[in-house]
Design a protein around this ligand. Structure first.
Ligand code: HEM
Length: 220
């Protein structure tokens, strides 16, 4: 397939749109009566949405034979981590005004915060090893095993969301269903067409077919 050099920049630009909208709403008073909470909620939502999109790349290739999702997977994984970091920074720096004692008390006393932190800690090594050097250092097999933790992070994100939501569970349940379907898709045999149509180089984070958070199955 012809190399589409615009694909990754287009994916990154699309992935940054929610952030641009957030900045616009923030600057124009569009975040409502409690802007800090709105900021936290939207950044948390997009963290989970980007993570789900990252995890969908493998099954889209394996079951539908699409090659392009693998090409943007690394970018999606890094966008996930970017949103997660902004979410954490907003919580620690803005919501809690960097009061480490209050943050620690929150982590210990509020299970949904405990799970949020744990989930961020799961995402951290995935982001840190998403470079070519990361794959080389770990060796492909170990690297692949490590990156399966992206599913654990998604589960953590869903639990965090469910525990945070007080009444309307529709959104977290939708994420839970999506995650369940993605896990089920991993159990299905890879469609033979996917091997050729979706063939991409071994996960090589810096290049096409590259890998990052959520990248656990090489094409082919
Ligand atoms: C780094 C540690 C984390 C902390 C301290 C944290 C904290 C928070 C807080 C304070 C809220 C808002 C609660 C409220 O509105 O009352 C929230 C919402 C949320 N967070 Fe986190 N979070 C963390 C990590 C994560 C991660 C890693 C994910 C996703 C994988 C995530 C996904 C969400 C979601 C989906 C929401 C709710 C969004 C909505 O209501 O639309 N959080 N988080």
């Amino acid at each position: 397939m012809a190399r589409r050099s615009w694909l990754v920049p287009a994916a990154v630009a699309a992935g940054l749109l929610p952030l641009a909208k957030l900045a616009f709403d923030g600057a124009t008073g569009g975040l409502g009566a409690n802007p800090i909470q709105a900021l936290l909620d939207r950044l948390g939502f997009w963290t989970l949405a980007m993570l789900t999109a990252t995890l969908a790349a493998g099954p889209l290739n394996a079951q539908l034979g699409l090659a392009w999702p693998l090409r943007i997977r690394r970018a999606l994984g890094l966008l996930t981590f970017g949103y997660a970091t902004l979410h954490l920074v907003t919580y620690a720096g803005v919501d809690q005004a960097l009061d480490l004692r209050a943050i620690l008390a929150d982590v210990v006393k509020r299970p949904f915060i405990t799970v949020g932190f744990a989930t961020f800690l799961v995402l951290l090594p995935l982001a840190l090893t998403s470079t070519d050097a990361g794959v080389r250092r770990l060796g492909f097999r170990r690297w692949k095993r490590l990156h399966r933790l992206a599913y654990l992070a998604a589960l953590g994100g869903v639990v965090h969301f469910i525990w945070r939501v007080k009444a309307d569970l529709r959104q977290p349940v939708l994420f839970a269903v999506a995650l369940g379907l993605l896990l089920l898709a991993r159990l299905l045999p890879r469609r033979p067409a996917a091997r050729t149509a979706g063939r991409a180089p071994r996960p090589r984070p810096g290049g096409e077919g590259g890998a990052a958070v959520g990248d656990t199955r090489p094409a082919g």
